[in-house]
Design a protein around this ligand. Structure first.
Ligand SMILES: NC(=O)c1ccc[n+]([C@@H]2O[C@H](COP(=O)([O-])OP(=O)(O)OC[C@H]3O[C@@H](n4cnc5c(N)ncnc54)[C@H](OP(=O)(O)O)[C@@H]3O)[C@@H](O)[C@H]2O)c1
Length: 429
């Protein structure tokens, strides 16, 4: 059989893993693909000593990947504009593409998939979400018979590492972030991770596949973990919850909820047990029920595992089976979302405050499912006397209703500081 001729763009972490895996498992891969997977050329900004290209040519010219001697271009340079340009040009020229780049899919997914379909070539992006966890394949194939109701995932290893360190070691956010950086998990500029943008890119892709809808990155509500305090982690624990950074897409009668934010999940739920840099995606389908897909969300070899699985699919003539005619689907604004809330209210240590807060929530139709009320002041605020936190768990409510109720509580003279609120999800397997 003719080999599948591969050109790789980039020679960093993931590309290094791909080049190594193609050599290490060459025989197995050829058997599974039905033909050899042959690395023909690698194009990157600079050569890397110590990486064995196994006889493939090296060039610094990315354009050298477009030609009849390359069947599939593997885009592993990251970033947006140059990567998108490379992928477009490959597809336009009839080359298949494999990419690990969630940013370009989140932004240009509709365009790139239409282009691949029009050209009749494969476009694989298993590595773009949750690294080595085969969640794209699960949504495209294994779970294809289902009407998916909810997808919720821990899809950013850095945020999960930080929240795990805060919960387990009592570290402050800045300290946990510094630890993640020292271990090489977070970028020098960690904003994409801790502000939730990376997770929002991944959620855009998951929602598009789960709900057969267009890629609508700009409609995803995005909130990071930098506001989470040790105090909230402690109260959450006391109430039987953990705080995780979740990317959630849910089908509702009114439209699709798509939101990324810190979330309280029950301590006994499977997602609560996902610690450190691990990733997990929870998918609930109407036929299968709840499923959980867990594994390493990053790293050279786990990510290479996903990239090379796409190469096998393309060698067999696959990675083409995306639903045709994606529907736009209305993405709801965060005000239209519905969930339960954890609320922490710093209030004066005076009688009747809790009752007044409860009454205000009650007037908005919000019921209280759990509470912690300290009977002694935990802190002394300068000028405001001693105060206590009132911590409340509510039942499910529309975000808009919650926002207006909390605005009213915030105006109470006994409330002496900013109210903290975190959404709650009861995702049980
Ligand atoms: N790292 C992970 O665990 C992981 C997991 C899942 C997905 N991904 C995705 O995989 C992609 C690659 O990530 P990575 O971690 O491998 O990145 P990386 O280590 O920074 O590697 C990027 C490589 O591309 C080269 N490059 C960047 N811009 C270029 C340009 N304009 N022209 C030519 N070469 C260029 C770099 O050259 P230099 O060596 O000269 O800088 C480097 O070799 C990204 O889209 C990322 O989001 C990564």
């Amino acid at each position: 059989m003719e080999p599948l001729k591969i050109g790789v763009a980039g020679l960093g972490t993931v590309a290094g893993g791909v080049v190594a895996l193609l050599q290490r498992n060459a025989e197995t891969l050829a058997r599974k693909a039905g033909r050899p997977l042959a690395l023909v050329r690698v194009a990157s900004r600079s050569p890397k000593r110590g990486i064995d290209l196994g006889g493939a040519a090296f060039t610094t010219d990315l354009d050298a990947l477009h030609g009849p001697d390359i069947d599939v271009v593997v885009e592993l340079i990251g970033g947006e504009q140059r990567a998108a340009q490379l992928v477009r040009r490959a597809l336009q020229g009839g080359q298949a593409v494999v990419t690990a780049n969630k940013a370009i899919l989140a932004r240009y997914g509709d365009e790139l998939l239409s282009l691949a379909r029009a050209q009749g070539v494969g476009l694989g992006f298993e590595a773009a979400v949750a690294g080595g966890v085969p969640i794209i394949g699960a949504l495209r194939q294994g779970l294809a018979a289902n009407r998916v109701l909810t997808v919720a995932g821990i899809v950013n290893g850095t945020s999960n590492y930080i929240l795990t360190a805060m919960a387990e070691q009592g570290a402050a956010f800045a300290e946990a972030l510094a630890q993640a950086q020292a271990q090489g998990f977070a970028e020098a500029d960690p904003a994409y991770d801790v502000e939730g943008i990376d997770a929002a890119h991944k959620l855009t892709i998951l929602a598009a596949l789960a709900f057969d809808m267009s890629f609508q990155f700009d409609k995803v509500y995005t909130e990071g973990i930098s506001r989470i305090t040790e105090e909230d982690l402690d109260y959450a624990k006391e109430l039987g919850y953990r705080i995780k950074h979740l990317a959630i897409a849910r089908r509702t009668e009114q439209g699709v909820e798509a939101r990324v934010h810190p979330t309280l999940v029950p301590q006994r739920s499977l997602l609560a047990g996902v610690g450190g840099v691990m990733n997990a995606v929870w998918v609930e389908g109407d036929a299968v029920g709840a499923t959980l897909h867990y594994g390493a969300g990053a790293g050279a070899m786990p990510t290479a595992s996903a990239v090379v699985s796409d190469l096998i699919a393309i060698a067999r003539g696959g990675a083409l089976d995306y639903p045709v005619g994606r529907r736009p689907h209305k993405v709801l604004s965060i005000e239209q979302a519905t969930c339960a809330y954890y609320v922490r209210i710093p209030s004066l240590d005076a009688p009747g405050v809790f009752a007044e807060v409860a009454a205000t929530l009650g007037r908005h139709g919000i019921s209280i499912e759990g509470a912690i009320q300290r009977h002694r002041a935990v802190r002394s605020g300068a000028g405001s006397g001693s105060w206590v936190p009132i911590v409340i768990l509510t039942a499910s409510v529309r975000e808009q209703t919650m926002t207006s109720a909390l605005a009213q509580v915030q105006r109470m003279p006994q409330v002496v500081g900013g109210i903290a609120s975190i959404r709650v999800e009861h995702l049980m397997g």
